[in-house]
Ligand binder design. Structure first.
Ligand code: LLP
Length: 426
């Protein structure tokens, strides 16, 4: 098998290695564990599905900014989409080709825009003030900026409100009714070159016809832009493809399903398709590996308390998201009961899963939260002084390698103490 899966012996695996054996080697718990081969498989699924089209993939670095993972995706041929100056710096260090990097966001700062112009990456125009800042950055740096306009197609992605981004009332993108104003401004500024348009509907999307609806609307905008003499060819339809978090045998659309819904439009209009997958590139490559601290019962509720928490994996607390949980070893003789899986953080919102039917574990047993490759490590916090755990991947199916070491108290305090001017004797 490739990725995180249950073997026929009942143990959980990452590629060719038993997770319990990995736990023994890793020693420190909790940790994030990735399958390098699964990331390759996810990238290849997009690449193969895009065959025959002009395209590039812009991996959404916000999903997972582990440097080794970024470098690996770059080696596979990926571009990237970035939402902060620091993500852009990281992407440059990881060797991404700036002509296939997109700097996106509704609050890009002037100094970040100068870096973006300097580096030669594509820049999304998000609002009137954002355009003014891009113009100023290009003038200051003395270099032409290649821009896309982020348009809201106003198509409902039918997802959680917090991850819906392409509706008319969204904080992202321009007022579509004002498109002509943007075109006039860009036409008048010799420092800017309009190369295309962007939209992003939302995240965890499970119906691909939504992408087609959006692409049809976007093609309409391309016709308008071309009629005015703009040589635009990049249609960026964002990211957002959902993955199978629930493990209930539901069949979700694949990258091929998504691309096939827009293929004819892209080809007939002579466009270059840009996709910005984050979650569907990395989420299912990973598990967040925990150790059980103990089991308790209060009122009519049973709890499995583990060493990981909302500090390392906040999606359940923040979006009520479901991520599947398994024990790493079979427990054939244990009683099965309904448990909330919770961490040690001082918040009732600190849970990794609710009402899960699981065999009763013992202290020291392994427990994994699946699909932890996207928006888990990258959204981690230091609440309760929880420090970023290490990351490991399995390379070439059996090689366990640490791809980020744990942040130590000393690392953390050095950074914090230094900026506070404290002498903590660490
Ligand atoms: N492009 C743009 C402009 C985006 O805003 C996003 C995600 C992506 C691409 C990548 O979307 P993906 O393929 O990963 O769905 N923290 C939330 C997800 C926030 C997504 C933000 N934007 C979560 O944990 O579900």
């Amino acid at each position: 098998g490739v990725g995180i899966y249950q073997g026929s012996d009942g143990y959980m695996y990452c590629d060719g290695l038993r997770i319990d054996d990995i736990r023994a080697t890793a020693e420190a718990s909790p940790f994030y564990l990735y399958s390098k081969e699964k990331i390759r498989e996810n990238y290849t699924a997009y690449k193969n599905a895009l065959e025959g089209l002009d395209y590039f993939l812009g991996y959404a670095v916000k999903a997972n900014n582990n440097f080794k993972i970024m470098q690996f995706l770059r080696e596979l041929g990926s571009g990237c989409v970035l939402v902060s100056g620091n993500e852009l710096r990281l992407a440059i260090k990881a060797g991404f080709d700036p002509t296939r990097a997109i700097f996106n966001g509704n609050g890009k700062l002037p100094r970040e825009l100068e870096l973006a112009v300097e580096s030669g990456c594509l820049i999304n125009v998000d609002s009137e003030f954002d355009l003014a800042n891009i113009q100023a950055a290009a003038a200051k740096v003395g270099k032409k900026a290649r821009v896309l306009i982020r348009i809201n197609p106003d198509v409902d992605p039918q997802v959680h409100a917090y991850v819906s981004t392409g509706l008319a009332g969204s904080k992202f993108g321009i007022r579509n009714t004002h498109l002509q104003w943007f075109l006039d401004q860009i036409k008048a500024d010799t420092n800017l070159k309009l190369v295309g348009a962007h939209c992003h509907l939302g995240s965890t999307i499970s119906k691909v016809n939504i992408f087609r609806d959006a692409a049809i609307i976007m093609v309409g905008f391309f016709k308008e832009m071309r009629a005015q003499g703009f040589n635009v060819s990049f249609l960026n339809i964002g990211g957002g493809l959902g993955i199978d978090y629930n493990k209930k045998g539901e069949v979700l659309p694949t990258p091929k399903d998504l691309i096939d819904t827009v293929r004819d439009l892209i080809a007939s209009e002579g466009l270059t398709l840009i996709l910005e997958p984050g979650r569907s590139m990395v989420a299912n490559s990973s598990a967040f590996v925990n150790t059980v601290t103990g089991v308790k019962t209060n009122g009519n509720k049973n709890f499995i308390v583990v060493d990981g928490s909302m500090a390392e994996l906040i999606r359940p607390s923040l979006y009520d998201a479901y991520q599947h949980i398994e024990l790493t070893a079979p427990h054939p003789d244990a009683e099965v009961a309904t448990y909330d899986v919770v961490g040690p953080v001082c918040e009732s919102a600190d849970f990794l899963g609710k009402e899960r039917s699981l065999p009763t574990p013992s202290a020291g047993d392994g427990l994994i939260v699946m699909d932890a490759g996207a928006y888990c490590m990258s959204m981690a916090s230091n609440y309760n002084m929880k420090l970023a755990p290490p990351e490991w991947w399995v390379a070439e199916r059996t090689q366990l390698q640490q791809i980020r070491r744990a942040v130590t108290l000393e690392d953390h305090m050095r950074a914090r103490a230094a900026v506070q001017g404290l002498a903590l004797g660490l």
